[in-house]
Design a protein. Sequence first.
Length: 340
Amino acid sequence: MNYKKMVKEDPLTLTILPTHKCTASCKNCCFGCNPKVSHIMPYEEMVYHIDEAVKHFSTLSVLVISGGECFLLGEDLDRIIHYATKKGLSTRVVTNGYWAISYESAFERIHSLVSNGLKEFNLSTGDDHQKYIKLENIINATKAAIDAGLPTVYIAVESHVHADFTADTLKSNPQISEYIETGHVSILPGSWIKFKNHTDDSNLSECNCRYTSDQAEDGCNSLFKNIAINPYSELLACCGLTVEYNEFLKLGNLRRYSMQDLYNAQFEDAYKLWLYVLGPKHIYDSVMKFRKLKPQEFVHTCAYCIEAIKDSDNIDAIKKILPSELPNILYQLETQNLIK
């Protein structure tokens, strides 16, 4: 049964991750990005995805280009920003700032993107990033973006309880703090999940994030609101930190199937509805209770998501639990509809 009418969500954002190639090789990168990756989605393929998304989802208003490192696209980044702008989408890029080696070169690069329609600029940094991209790059990119006419620069700082470089580190920097005071910079603290044996693909799904958390026990707010596409044209159910290692969140390949069909098929999947209304932590705790195991605490909701399905015993437990959960899932959907 398709429960689309019960889910009052429509996609607002199109996210294209055109490559997992990156100038950095952070050991805890959620997608395992590094300089050795060679594949980059061709410009024509990005255009095709934008056309399909705009055609089928009138609610879309934003295109996000991230990665990997999207500035490795070179002129194709300018071209796709220009194309999306002509299609009526507001555009955002997410970058580590490797290219901002001086203020002058950073301004030239960002000014070109702004001239092609760029509306929002996001930087990512943190403990791991600092080993590859200096703080000076972040400062250069920030100043250049503001001077190029972008109203606000968003800087995401991935961190954990043992990190040396945190959001507070950035806030205390005098060259950044003045922009924070004027409202030109917004710092976005984020959690950094630690993966075991990150260089071994067979173990990437095993999270080792054992920090305590006051994680809210809510439903997943990432599902259904985003059309997310990875470098290999796979449609993803979300952009979560562990999505590449979760087979249940990969919807299918857009080279073979319709974007609209793959997106709508989610509403026939009771598991995704369960994630949506009650959240990964609820599912993980239910699995642990069913298996009579002691649940652990994790720093990020995405960690619960991957831990809930990390082995065949957990998946078998979910299959047995889910039918009895369905009435509550439908009740939660009805309740949300009344609230909205």
